[in-house]
Design a protein around this ligand. Structure first.
Ligand code: KG4
Ligand code: ZN
Length: 404
């Protein structure tokens, strides 16, 4: 079966086409991500209304490219598209679905006129769309777009949880394998989902059965990287930049707290760490020795600060994940979310698992599957293929939870 996936939960517009064989093997036919980083850099973070506007702009080009790469596009050769294709009544409903996205609506109507509906061997069997959690205005663009296609092309639709997608993308393997199937994952598993909006430790008994053991009480780990970068006058997103600078720095030269590292729960708190970065940085900047030092020395201080920020976050994440894995006898530890692209997090967690839990396997996504993309949505849609719903009933929910 072929699954078309749409992901617009934050600042990446993702469209993917996944083919799943009868034996459950995955073939990635396309996975297009239109990033908005350049736009959000100027503001040092993601602004939902701006991101919504960009999704509206990016969806059709990404959709066209994804279908083209998947070999599903066929131009309508008839000069005058027969009126039966998108009859007036249908067009009115598509316009109603996308009434809050008029720019996107116009482009979609043209697209539907220009191309044939993929049929026969090109048939799309299912649409998977992220309906939460995330930035609600952004989620709605993707949801409405998916509804319009589902209606216009008459394809069943399934809503998908974004956190579950960050977990299930790991089923693909690293490097991704066409033979990947869910059977390879051993349960129970503990997932650490760390992104710009979430930091959660989740117990997985089987696919579809999730319990949130703990989560951040304030800022997410990715948010802490981003806010710390802003304090240091570095660009958005902060995670990759801090990680890069940290390579040249040394953790421990400057000391920062590891909030909640010794608490008995699985919760996190990163806003205190961000404040500690602010105070430490203000102090350094006022120091006459720093002010009069050469540029190279100042840069080394920023590198040391970056290394300490990264280490503080990694220390807390690893401590709580290992604790959860031990407490619940996890056979697998699964990493997901943008921060799982962090090399130190993966390496240090891998080493700790080898030492403390030698029978537990670590799964983490390849770097471009850590951050948001449509492929992860498609995979999750596949596991929920029986949960299709009436397109009219799908609601975006910024606070959607994966479990209790
Ligand atoms: O999952 P994601 O793409 O979007 C959300 O759902 O939030 O995660 C984005 C977050 C950003 O906060 C970014 O700074 C962080 O992931 N990130 C990283 C790295 N790459 C991305 N954090 C640490 N190290 C990285 N290499
Ligand atoms: Zn995400």
């Amino acid at each position: 079966m072929k699954i078309l996936a749409i992901e617009t939960s934050c600042d990446d517009t993702g469209i993917a086409v996944l083919e799943v064989s009868k034996t459950g093997g995955f073939s990635v036919l396309s996975n297009i991500v239109a990033s908005q980083i350049e736009i959000h850099k100027e503001y040092g973070g993601v602004y939902p209304t701006l991101a919504k506007r960009e999704h509206q702009k990016n969806l059709i080009p990404a959709f066209e490219q994804a279908l083209k790469e998947a070999g599903l596009l066929e131009e309508n050769k008839k000069k005058n598209r027969p009126a039966t294709f998108l009859p007036r009544g249908k067009k009115v409903i598509v316009e109603k679905i996308l009434e809050r996205e008029p720019e996107l609506c116009k482009k979609l109507v043209l697209f539907i006129k220009k191309y044939e509906k993929p049929s026969a061997s090109r048939r799309i069997d299912l649409i998977a769309v992220t309906n939460g959690p995330g930035l609600e205005p952004c989620l709605w663009v993707g949801v409405n777009f998916a509804k319009a296609i589902s209606f216009a092309w008459d394809i069943p639709i399934v809503p998908v949880n974004h956190i579950e997608s960050h977990i299930l993308v790991n089923i693909l393997g690293n490097p991704p394998s066409h033979e990947a199937t869910a059977r390879q994952v051993k349960f129970p598993a503990i997932a650490l989902v760390v992104s710009g909006g979430h930091t959660q430790i989740i117990l997985i008994k089987k696919i579809g059965s999730y319990k949130i053991l703990g989560e951040t009480r304030d800022d997410a780990a990715g948010e802490c990287f981003d806010k710390a970068a802003r304090i240091l006058n570095l660009e958005y997103p902060g995670g990759p930049i801090i990680a890069k600078l940290a390579e040249k720095g040394e953790a421990g030269k400057i000391t920062l707290p590891r909030p909640m590292i010794n608490t008995k729960d699985y919760d996190f708190s990163f806003s205190g760490l961000k404040t500690a970065v602010l105070y430490a940085w203000q102090k350094i900047k006022k120091d006459p020795a720093f002010r009069s030092s050469e540029k190279a020395v100042q840069q080394q201080t920023i590198a040391n600060m970056s290394a300490e920020i990264q280490q503080a976050i990694v220390d807390v994440l690893i401590k709580k994940t290992i604790k959860a894995a031990k407490d619940y006898n996890a056979k697998t530890i699964i990493l997901g979310g943008g921060v799982s692209a962090n090399h130190e997090l993966k390496t240090q967690l891998f080493i700790k698992i080898k030492e403390d839990l030698p029978n537990t396997e670590l799964l983490f996504p390849q770097v471009d599957h850590s951050t948001d993309n449509g492929l992860m949505t498609a995979i999750t849609g596949f596991f929920h293929k029986k949960n299709t719903v009436d397109w009219e009933s799908i609601q975006a929910n910024g606070n959607l939870r994966i479990g209790q």
